[in-house]
Write a protein that binds this ligand. Structure first.
Ligand SMILES: NC(=O)c1ccc[n+]([C@@H]2O[C@H](COP(=O)([O-])OP(=O)(O)OC[C@H]3O[C@@H](n4cnc5c(N)ncnc54)[C@H](O)[C@@H]3O)[C@@H](O)[C@H]2O)c1
Length: 273
């Protein structure tokens, strides 16, 4: 997700610093973005000179201190509340401008939890993109009880004007708008498959052909990542304690097995074939 956000921001003419966890991850991010831009250029969607200009606007680093001069930082690390609150506390110390916005691409973690890890809760906001970022037009802007009107305006302007995305506004509840609806649907599909009621192919085919969805729920879980799907379900369940948000055992076992979907080559489907 971080690569996608960096790519669309650079394509929109913004200077972007991408910070990854370690040098190997920096290399992987750089390759992912270059490949995506090359693909857009080869298919004629992006002129060759604009592809090069976008690449020139990107700087890659494994050092958080390189974010010191940023006006807007968008966090997109793993969906783990402890990791995210630690990162927000660190960013609060590092990012120098007192006006700078600290945003999160979290799919489900309440923004207030991240805001309260900083000394600038009024400048913390959710800017939630959808996967794949260069393709899907939606951005959810998520405001906490502390987010200031200026922060909301600037975040909306970035998504809507700079990136030309469609913005919807969400209140600060786990899962926001889209995942509060999507995750119970995916979990129901996993339960249906787990119970032996239907094959994974028939479940997915049913929703693609019967409801005109671009992909079925199990293929979508593989695209999102089963670890992320489980983490979002956990956040929803923790917040609402409703059975429909409880992750089914099969999902937990697949995550423990490292079968995380496309990113590891296998989830409900095998992507190595
Ligand atoms: N996968 C989706 O469809 C989707 C959609 C919208 C939002 N999100 C959200 O985006 C975030 C990332 O999801 P993802 O699917 O890209 O996860 P991912 O596991 O594919 O990628 C996470 C990245 O964060 C990096 N990272 C981890 N800890 C870090 C740290 N401390 N500092 C810097 N980099 C660090 C990892 O190296 C990795 O590249 C999550 O909050 C997720 O909920 C995901």
């Amino acid at each position: 997700m971080g690569s996608g956000i960096a790519e669309v921001s650079a394509r929109a003419g913004l200077d972007v610093v991408v910070v990854e966890a370690n040098p190997a991850a920096v290399e992987a991010a750089q390759q992912r973005i270059t490949k995506s831009l090359d693909r857009a250029s080869a298919s004629g969607k992006l002129p060759a000179d604009e592809c090069q200009q976008a690449l020139d606007r990107l700087v890659f680093s494994a050092d958080l201190d390189d974010l010191a001069d940023r006006d807007l930082v968008i966090e997109a690390i793993v969906e783990d509340e402890k990791a995210k609150t630690e990162l927000f506390a660190a960013l609060d110390q590092i990012v120098e401008s007192s006006d700078a916005i600290l945003a999160s691409n979290t799919s489900s973690i309440p923004i207030m939890k991240l805001a309260m890890a900083t000394r600038r809760p009024e400048q913390v906001i959710g800017i939630h993109f959808f996967n794949p970022v260069p393709v899907l037009q939606l951005v959810e802007v998520v405001t906490s009880l502390h987010t200031s009107p200026t922060t909301i305006d600037r975040a909306t302007e970035y998504a809507q004007t700079d990136l030309d995305k469609r913005v919807i506004m969400s209140k600060d509840r786990a899962g926001f708008i889209v995942n509060a609806l999507l995750i119970p649907y995916i979990l129901s599909a996993i339960r249906m498959f787990e119970s032996g009621f239907a094959s994974k192919e028939d479940i997915d085919q049913g929703m693609v052909t019967g409801c005109a969805h671009p992909m079925g729920p199990l293929a979508l879980a593989d695209l999102i990542g089963l670890d992320t799907t489980q983490a979002v379900a956990d956040s929803l369940y923790e917040e609402f304690r409703e059975q429909l948000y409880a992750p089914p055992p099969l999902l937990a076992r697949m995550v423990e097995a490292g079968l995380l979907g496309r990113k590891t080559g296998r989830g409900f489907y095998d992507y190595n074939k």
